[in-house]
Write a protein that binds this ligand. Structure first.
Ligand code: TYD
Length: 137
């Protein structure tokens, strides 16, 4: 399927006079099966989310409504993706430090995840993340 690097994926849009519908199927439109979804909403102005990496978890981040930025850091370089369309999803591979910011008022962030919630999969310390990326952790 697709190369497992950060990238914005475009999902199918079914459009008629009643509006638009987009669809995401695990292992078809994205490179993993979906085990969990969660969403961020009612975000106060200036909110920062994320600021962690995952050892194994892969995710798709979708701006279902409004807009926000996602900065991804693989330990060597950083890339910021601006999400503002409900038919676009950012693929976040494992071992990428992510920070979500600049949420517009009323924005909703939907996350599709490859695994169930597991606190042990989180790396919440940036120095520990860098060490692990460099094979020292
Ligand atoms: P966290 O992943 O740190 O939030 P974010 O990356 O959006 O800033 O999670 C925040 C809290 O919510 C943390 O205490 C764990 C809890 N949580 C769950 O219980 N289940 C979940 O699926 C997620 C994503 C978080």
């Amino acid at each position: 399927m697709l190369e497992l690097k950060p990238q914005v994926l475009e999902f199918p849009i079914v459009n008629d006079e009643r509006g638009k519908l987009s669809v995401v199927e695990g292992l078809k439109h994205i490179p993993f099966d979906i085990k969990r979804i969660y969403y961020l909403y009612d975000l106060p102005g200036g909110a920062l989310r994320g600021s962690h990496a995952h050892k194994e978890l892969e995710q798709i981040i979708i701006s279902i409504s409004g807009s926000f930025d996602v900065t991804l850091d693989d330990g060597e370089s950083q890339n910021t993706f601006s999400l503002n369309r409900a038919y676009l999803g950012l693929y976040v591979p494992k071992m990428h430090w992510r920070t979500l910011s600049n949420f517009s008022s009323g924005s909703v962030c939907l996350v599709l995840a490859s695994e169930e919630y597991l606190e042990d999969d989180y790396i919440r310390d940036y120095d520990a993340f860098l060490k692990k990326v460099k094979g020292q952790g």
